[in-house]
Ligand binder design. Structure first.
Ligand code: BGP
Length: 487
């Protein structure tokens, strides 16, 4: 019987802005995600265009906090009121770890408040205590599309150097408060995503930077996040000596569309552009690929004395990533078939099937990514997002039959095991996205379901919020119980 390593951290992942709801309770302030909801158009192909939020959109969102369109999106799966039940279900599956995020705007509702919000701190205390009851380790993302909206409106988001200080204060507060409860941390979810969705990741709105090169604005904000990530790692290690802090990137596997050297070269460029973000946090310095990009595109990043040293001194302990799909790459992609993907359009690979949303399903691509990342960094890896979004249906028998999800996961797990056993990759664990149905980031709808647990709710916000175990729930339970795929 092939087994995963002893102590392998099996679990599931969520993010506060997609699962919690309770968005105006317990003193929580507006986050960028609460405001981003107002603008959304569910056409995935136009994801990036539609996510270019304007200041006017924000004003409208603030003026209509409970409008019907946004109601279900802002109320998530109502984990805020169901966390005990949800954690009990995770425990029933045998979770060793639960990846979740803390909503910064629950702790500092405006981001720049003098004092933290006690009710927000108390909420996560209760969540961590509940996890502890079942011996589930929390893995906490400090920032997953949740900067307080006030930091956008009054500071221009992560473009402002001052936001580093606010983030440091927030990190210090949560590390102090949860030092006996949380050992595993991630700094920024998909730190590279600030380039693709500047508003939700970086709190950046283009119309607030008249006359400026917006791409430069994004990279400047990203620099501030790199410095903040290093400082967060420092703070975490100081306050919680046995803590482990990881970076988190969006990992795709890229294949040359053909063996034409031009296509292979372009593929290499694309891969290097992904690694740039983890390189910076693992090696503690900007890689040549980003520096040359800046030079060739006339991008000037303002650094303060000490930034380079801080980044160098406090690299992350492990490397985590999301993996959903792969894409082909060609030097000239005109006329090639494309398919939607994780916030990007991907060139179609004729050898792969896609999800209902067009994302190319590629378990071997996961193994390739694991090996590449491990060879590059020699640091433990953690798959913190992977899973299948599907239109699950509640059958007449009151159950949800999702054999397609089981098939997807089994194939990905097998490739992880191959990477561990045959390629010698050190993999700490796996948290599937998402362990329970929640609001999808790209569609802003719950009908793109990922969970092992079905939430009875539709895209209009109708439903009982009841939790129902899907078939995949029982399958995952067996995987964890046996620490193996053979049972
Ligand atoms: C990642 C995000 C998650 C999650 C996931 C699935 O990029 O970190 O927040 O949403 O993608 O994407 P979607 O919800 O768009 O299907």
């Amino acid at each position: 019987m092939r087994k995963f390593p002893e102590g392998f951290l099996w679990g599931g992942a969520t993010a506060a802005n997609q699962i919690e709801g309770g968005w105006r309770e317990g003193g929580k302030g507006w986050s960028v995600s609460d405001a981003a909801r107002a603008h959304f158009d569910a056409d995935v192909k136009d994801y990036n265009r539609h996510n270019q939020i304007t200041t006017r959109d924000i004003e409208e969102a603030l003026a209509h906090p409970e409008d019907e369109v946004n109601y279900p999106k802002r109320h998530g799966s109502d984990f805020y009121h169901h966390y005990k039940e949800d954690i009990a279900l995770m425990a029933e599956m045998g979770f060793k770890v639960y990846r979740m995020s803390i909503a910064w705007s629950r702790i500092y509702p405006n981001g720049d408040d003098e004092q933290p919000n006690e009710a927000g701190l108390q909420f996560y205390d209760e969540v961590f205590d509940e996890l502890k009851k079942y011996n589930i380790e929390p893995l906490v993302t400090m920032s997953h599309y949740e900067p307080p909206l006030n930091l956008v409106l009054n500071y221009d988001g992560w473009y402002s150097r001052e936001v580093i200080g606010f983030f440091e204060k927030y990190v210090r507060t949560i590390c102090e408060r949860y030092k006996h409860k949380v050992k595993y941390w991630l700094t920024f979810n998909e730190v590279d995503s600030i380039i693709r969705h500047p508003f939700t990741t970086g709190g950046l709105i283009e119309d607030r930077f008249p006359g400026k090169n917006f791409e430069e604005v994004c990279y400047q904000a990203m620099h501030h996040q790199f410095v903040a990530s290093a400082l967060a790692t420092k703070i975490c290690h100081e306050i919680i000596p046995d803590s482990q802090v990881g970076c988190m990137i969006t990992k795709l596997t890229y294949y040359p569309y053909s063996c034409k050297p031009e296509d292979v070269l372009e593929t290499q460029k694309r891969m290097r552009s992904i690694y740039a973000y983890s390189d910076t946090q693992v090696f503690g310095e900007y890689p040549s690929t980003l520096l040359s990009y800046y030079k060739n595109h006339n991008i000037h990043i303002v650094k303060q004395p000490g930034d380079d040293e801080v980044m160098k001194q406090y690299p992350v302990d492990f490397v985590s990533f999301s993996y959903y799909m792969s894409s082909c790459v060609a030097a000239d992609e005109t006329g090639l078939d494309v398919t939607p993907g994780n916030t990007i359009l991907a060139v179609k690979n004729p050898h792969l099937e896609t999800s209902e949303w067009g994302w190319q399903i590629d378990p071997i691509g996961l193994r390739i990514s694991l090996v590449d990342l491990y060879d590059r960094y020699r640091k433990p890896l953690f798959v913190v997002e992977n899973g299948l979004g599907a239109k699950d249906v509640l059958s007449a028998d009151g159950k949800v039959h999702d054999p397609y999800r089981i098939d997807y996961l089994r194939k990905h797990f097998k490739c992880m095991l191959d990477a561990i056993e045959e390629d010698g990759v050190e993999l700490m664990g796996y948290t599937s996205w998402a362990c329970i149905d929640l609001i999808s980031e790209s569609t802003k709808q719950i009908s793109k379901r990922y969970g092992y647990i079905y939430v009875d709710l539709d895209d209009q916000g109708n439903g009982t919020y009841n939790r129902i175990r899907k078939d995949s729930f029982y399958w995952y339970q067996k995987v964890i119980q046996n620490n193996s795929l053979d049972f």
